[in-house]
Design a protein around this ligand. Structure first.
Ligand code: SF4
Length: 306
């Protein structure tokens, strides 16, 4: 019998899941095992993996993430923007409701927003709220310029954060996509939007989104597109075993650093100036002191093949 496309996507997801679970078992042995009857705290006691950690260049910073996360206009605009896009489409008035109206309506009704985002926005003064609204409108226009008002596009719900727990381990994969087209059955195409210009890390970013979708739905997506509203460029990555393997290997690397933080080496670079560990990192201080600029070093430093 000839395998259908759906069989192939199932096969890809099954193979990726097995490879990931087995690799993490080999890496961790008897560490980070879920105790029977105890609800695991993946963030505090385990090894959480997210899209930021996948792209992190410095293992030391990866192993000791900052704990004082606060929202900013930059982080808030995507989440509010997604709500506005859903409102635009969900209202059934996508052709007549303006983006500014959709953003205004969403921002005037934050009751069901994630608590931290709601509190942050409610703490802004009038000028701050206007700045956020303006940034969100720009984000939405950029997204629409890139993909249009296609009724088939399902914009992601920023309240729901996709996550998958590695069976039996205190290891959790988290991530999100901005939009999807298609269904698990017919084959999904994922869209990720970014702030920067397309770069070498995009392949890894796409691979991680594909991997997370595969392990969660037991079907590999067909394609992942990285879009850059700032430049209007899009790059599509077909999902195959090579892309999933690339992401799996990187996930295992991230888990290894998180599980053994004392062994995570520093990889200094131009990113040191923004690092929360700079004051206590000799290599980072040296790097900043030298004033070396890695212009053009756009690769994801320690990730071979990214
Ligand atoms: S200062 Fe630089 S080298 Fe040190 S942990 Fe931070 S990013 Fe890594």
């Amino acid at each position: 019998m000839v395998a259908t496309e759906r069989d192939e996507r199932r096969g890809l997801a099954g193979r990726a899941t097995t490879r990931l679970v087995e690799s993490i078992d080999v890496l961790l042995g008897d560490r980070l095992v879920v105790d029977k009857g105890v609800k695991p705290d993946y963030f505090t006691d385990g090894a959480p993996v997210d899209a930021f950690s996948i792209l992190e260049r410095c293992p030391r910073r990866l192993a000791h993430p900052a704990e004082d996360y606060v929202d900013s206009v930059m982080t808030a605009r995507r989440r509010i923007g997604l709500m506005a896009m859903r409102h635009l489409v969900g209202s059934g008035r996508a052709g007549e409701l303006s983006v500014a109206d959709a953003v205004g309506q969403v921002m005037s009704d934050p009751e069901y927003w994630p608590k931290n985002l709601r509190q942050w926005v409610e703490g802004l003064d009038r000028a701050g709220s206007a700045a956020v609204a303006s940034a969100v409108i720009t984000w939405c226009h950029g997204a629409l310029r890139l993909v249009g008002r296609d009724a088939r596009i399902k914009w992601a719900d920023p309240v729901m954060s996709p996550r998958w727990n590695v069976p039996g381990r205190v290891v959790q994969l988290r991530g999100s996509v901005d939009a999807t087209i298609g269904t698990v059955g017919s084959g999904e195409k994922l869209l990720l939007l970014g702030d920067g210009v397309p770069g070498a890390g995009d392949r890894l970013r796409a691979g991680y989104a594909a991997l997370l979708r595969s392990v969660m739905s037991a079907h590999a997506p067909v394609r992942v597109t990285i879009g850059s509203p700032a430049t209007g460029r899009r790059q599509a990555f077909d999902v195959g075993s090579e892309l999933l393997d690339l992401a799996t290997d990187r996930v295992v690397e991230v888990v290894s650093h998180r599980a053994t933080p004392e062994a995570a080496p520093p990889v200094p670079g131009r990113w040191c100036v923004h690092c929360h560990l700079l004051d206590v990192c000799e290599e980072g201080m040296e790097q900043v002191g030298r004033g070396v600029e890695h212009l053009g070093g756009d690769t994801v430093g320690n990730v071979a093949g990214a």
